[in-house]
Unconditional design. Structure first.
Length: 383
């Protein structure tokens, strides 16, 4: 008779995969289940690429977690034989005098000992010729940060977790089977999964799984990204000439041309509500027009660039943009890990370590990510 796992982790996105990995390394018997498989196209972790940056304004917790996460990503990808899934492109923050976020980012990075260069407009123009810096008065450059090839990286985490003994399977969990003191989940098809602890790392599916608790707190929004074709033979759009860049003041960010897919442009304004199962993933004409308008000002050589590819994904937003990681208030055996709010991918390793430590009771809760700090109607303060 096989031993039932100590912990079942539901969801093999960046949060669930790294949680399973850390729980296993801490000695637990772990089962990891995902309804569609790790890094699938409907998951938030299923995008081609995600920025890993250390800067978070004055939110030191996330800067610390990002700093802890990057070496773990690198080590795991090395062990998986896929170091190519991290590109050290550097990350460039575009700042204006009136933008306190970039100033606070520079201060926090300095305090944490993260290497970051402060650049004036002349430096910016000479180092990054594809970008137009009109209106930008300073840049903060993180040379060691970069881009994770997300979909494949999260698969590598699951592969490594399995190699270390995590039992992984594709199955859909029906949480209605878990109530009060019950110790089992029902799977689609009627099978049951028993454990002492359950971690739900279900990204944009969390509000539907826990509608009373999380319905009012998590808002899932449709977000689009566009890959624009760069001119033939033009190296200005590849790293190191073009790093990943962030212009939060203008509500946009971009990635260099990696693997010849084109320069990626994303807008950060929150889109309409989105159903992760059934939502239409055809890109919108308005979204493309907005991305092109932005590209025309910041990446002028791409003004008339052809669209090579577009992806529709979803953010799972908490009101403030802080992550949501906590024990379920009415079910002692259940933990929740989600609320990635458009910035969670990079933090998977630190989130996984934190969840594993919370389950073991070895660290206190961080207020910022706890349930009590989440209130409907809060202003978004995490960028
Ligand atoms: C366009 C876009 C750009 C982004 N850019 C960045 C970036 O540059 N940097 C960054 O750090 N972050 C970024 N993010 C955010 C980041 O991608 C997310 O925060 C992160 O991927 C969330 O991971 P997750 O594990 O919480 O959720 P997911 O990746 O969605 O994983 C949840 C998993 O749970 C499974 N699941 C759900 N319900 C069930 C069930 N009942 N039974 C079994 N399995 C279930 C799903 O199948 C899914 O695989 C971006 C997001 C988007 C959409």
């Amino acid at each position: 008779m096989p031993r039932s796992p100590d912990v079942v982790v539901v969801g093999a996105g960046t949060f669930g995969a790294w949680t399973a990995w850390h729980l296993r390394r801490a000695g637990h018997a772990v089962k990891l289940v995902d309804a569609f498989g790790a890094g699938h196209s409907r998951a938030s972790s299923g995008g081609e690429s995600r920025i890993i940056r250390m800067g978070y304004g004055d939110r030191t917790l996330y800067s610390r977690w990002a700093r802890e996460s990057l070496p773990q990503w690198k080590q795991l990808l090395d062990e998986a034989g896929r170091p190519d899934l991290f590109h050290e492109t550097g990350v460039l923050w575009l700042g204006r005098d009136a933008d306190p976020h970039v100033g606070a980012t520079a201060l926090t990075l300095d305090r944490l000992g993260v290497v970051a260069e402060s650049l004036d407009p002349a430096d910016l123009r000479s180092r990054f010729p594809a970008l137009d810096f009109t209106g930008i008065t300073r840049g903060v450059f993180e040379p060691g940060s970069g881009v994770l090839l997300a979909r494949r990286a999260v698969n590598a985490v699951v592969d490594q977790a399995v190699r270390h003994g995590v039992d992984y399977r594709v199955a859909s969990v029906d949480p209605s089977g878990l109530s009060g003191g019950a110790d089992a989940l029902r799977l689609g098809g009627g099978a049951r999964l028993s454990a002492g602890t359950f971690v739900f790392a279900c990204g944009p599916w969390l509000p539907a799984l826990f509608p009373d608790l999380l319905g009012p707190l998590l808002r899932t929004t449709r977000q689009e990204v566009f890959f624009l074709g760069t001119p033939a033979g033009d190296r200005r759009f590849r790293p190191p000439a073009l790093p990943a860049w962030i212009d939060f003041h203008a509500g946009a960010y971009g990635l260099p041309d990696i693997e010849g897919r084109g320069a990626k442009v994303g807008l950060t304004a929150l889109g309409p509500a989105f159903d992760p199962d059934r939502g239409d993933r055809a890109p919108s004409a308005e979204g493309l027009a907005a991305a092109r308008r932005f590209a025309a000002t910041r990446l002028p050589a791409l003004r008339d660039a052809p669209l090579l590819e577009a992806r529709v994904c979803q953010y799972t937003n908490t009101p403030s943009g802080d992550l949501l990681i906590d024990r379920h208030p009415d079910r002692d055996s259940v933990w929740l890990a989600g609320g990635g709010s458009g910035h969670g991918f990079k933090l998977g390793p630190a989130v996984g370590a934190y969840v594993a430590a919370r389950v073991a009771g070895t660290v206190p809760g961080e207020d910022l990510v706890g349930l009590p700090a989440k209130r409907h109607g809060q202003e978004r303060t995490v960028l």
